[in-house]
Design a protein around this ligand. Structure first.
Ligand code: AMP
Ligand code: ZN
Ligand code: FE
Ligand code: FE
Length: 286
């Protein structure tokens, strides 16, 4: 089978602007053969997404994107996770609980610093239909509404990212435990956007090798923010280590977003062949 796919996209189940149903139809509109839903730390939108994909005639892939404990930002995407697996859902629930505690602390800190922001306002920025994943992106929305920042990037850069005045960290699982929980739920563990970790081949080789020893299955070799040079370098690294290739736009659906579903900034192309190879090793065979 040919065609273009997208294996990294968000919905209102976390911090995306489109509902899972709308994402499925957006995938159809974008001419995608297959699309994955990968919301932050939650699978609450998966079922609606997969049902809508059937209606839209797009191959839907269940997924999740989990933030892990690391000195910088490291995210692991789990494709084909069993989104009804109780043990997996319990582990995600613990992440959710740590988010709630962190959100309260962050809101209190914002108030101490003179920003008028309430928990209710933050909650109102999240689609109540889907559980989980309320976080900094929703706090950023309140900052924009109240005029403290002009957009999400400014809200993060000035106040919300690690090291800035309103930031409070949260409890996360280690990369090892995250990969293990994805695999225990029958999923394929993929390192998301390694470009945010390093641009250096040797450094990435060391990090990805270690993740492979924990059971990592694949790496995002195509991503909206890569240039040709990084795409070539990470593809080579992935092939050297015998890992699967994945990729996507990290679509969030905001109208002012720099990345579009399927095509990223315009030139992203993730071939269906990547998914074929992923499915060939997928133990769960949906
Ligand atoms: P949280 O999980 O609540 O700590 O929020 C993390 C999410 O915020 C990430 O997964 C991104 O979607 C978003 N995010 C993190 N850093 C930035 C940034 N510098 N600019 C914009 N969005 C960001
Ligand atoms: Zn996000
Ligand atoms: Fe991410
Ligand atoms: Fe993402």
């Amino acid at each position: 089978m040919d065609g273009i796919i997208d294996l990294h996209a968000h919905t209102t189940a976390s911090d995306g602007a489109l509902t899972p149903r709308q994402l499925a139809w957006e995938a159809k509109k974008a001419g995608l053969t297959a699309c994955a839903i990968t919301d932050h730390d939650t699978v609450s939108g998966v079922k609606d997404f997969l049902n809508s994909c059937v209606e839209a005639g797009v191959e839907g892939v269940p997924g999740v994107e989990i933030s892990v404990k690391y000195s910088g930002e490291m995210h692991i995407v789990g494709l084909y996770v069993d989104y009804e697996n109780e043990e997996f859902l319990n582990k995600l629930y613990k992440l959710e609980h740590s988010r709630e505690i962190r959100n309260k602390k962050m809101i209190a800190r914002c108030c101490e610093l003179g920003f008028e922001i309430t928990e209710d306002e933050v909650l109102a920025c999240k689609d109540p239909k889907y559980d989980g994943s309320i976080g900094r992106p929703h706090i950023a929305q309140v900052f924009i509404k109240r005029g403290y920042a002009k957009d999400k990037n400014e809200a993060f850069d000035k106040y919300l990212k690690k090291g800035k005045c309103c930031y409070v960290g949260r409890e996360l699982y280690t990369p090892h435990d995250t990969i293990a929980m994805i695999k225990a739920a029958g999923g394929i563990a993929v390192l998301a956007h390694p470009i945010y970790i390093s641009r250096n081949y040797d450094e990435l080789y060391k990090i990805v090798s270690e993740l492979k020893s924990f059971g990592l299955d694949g790496v995002e070799c195509r991503y909206w923010e890569y240039d040709d040079e990084f795409t070539e370098m990470i593809t080579e690294l992935c092939e050297q280590l015998g890992l699967l290739k994945s990729g996507g736009s990290d679509f969030h659906g905001d109208t002012k977003s720099e990345t579009m579903l399927g095509c990223g900034r315009g030139n992203l192309r993730v071939p269906y062949e990547y998914l074929e190879k992923i499915k060939a090793v997928n133990r769960r065979k949906l």
